[in-house]
Design a protein around this ligand. Structure first.
Ligand SMILES: Cc1cc2nc3c(=O)[nH]c(=O)nc-3n(C[C@H](O)[C@H](O)[C@H](O)COP(=O)(O)O)c2cc1C
Length: 135
């Protein structure tokens, strides 16, 4: 596993341990995670797939978005990706993660029309779509 994946995984494990200490696993739980930080020094899809695979049994489903608050470029994706970003751009990643983990995956990011969300679910790329700004 690449060094960046190991760093991401260590941080996530620490978060999971702290959360479980306060809230034992009695109900459905899922993390919202960035699939691609879109930053020169950030996590790539390869990095995140490797890290999330190691966490597969910790959660009931995974909720994926993009970006990072560590840089201004990566943060573009955090609040709301702009119109220059391709529609439903994280759906292919969601599909890949879903196939890798064999668990339900939710996805958000430039899914702007209900029919687009329907298509993503119908094609089996994700199990649920988030539409936040829908622009
Ligand atoms: C005002 C605002 C606040 C947000 N706060 C959060 C947040 O606290 N946690 C989070 O994971 N995403 C947050 N987001 C990101 C959205 O949930 C979503 O991932 C992002 O806007 C991409 O989806 P969209 O293209 O449908 O807007 C926020 C977005 C906006 C516009």
């Amino acid at each position: 596993m690449a060094a960046r994946s190991r760093t991401a995984l260590r941080f996530l494990r620490e978060v999971v341990t702290a959360v479980r200490r306060e809230a034992p696993r009695t109900s459905s739980s899922a993390p919202r995670l960035s699939g691609n930080e879109y930053d020169v020094d950030g996590l790539t899809e390869e990095d995140t797939i490797a890290a999330y695979r190691a966490l597969k049994d910790e959660f009931d489903y995974f909720n994926v978005i993009a970006g990072t608050s560590a840089s201004s470029g990566g943060a573009t994706h955090i609040a709301a990706p702009p119109m220059t970003v391709k529609n439903a751009y994280m759906a292919p990643y969601a599909h890949r993660l879903k196939q890798t983990l064999g668990k339900p995956v939710f996805v958000a990011g430039r899914i702007n029309q209900p029919q687009e969300a329907e298509r993503i679910v119908a094609e089996g790329a994700a199990d649920m779509c988030g539409m936040t700004t829908a622009r």
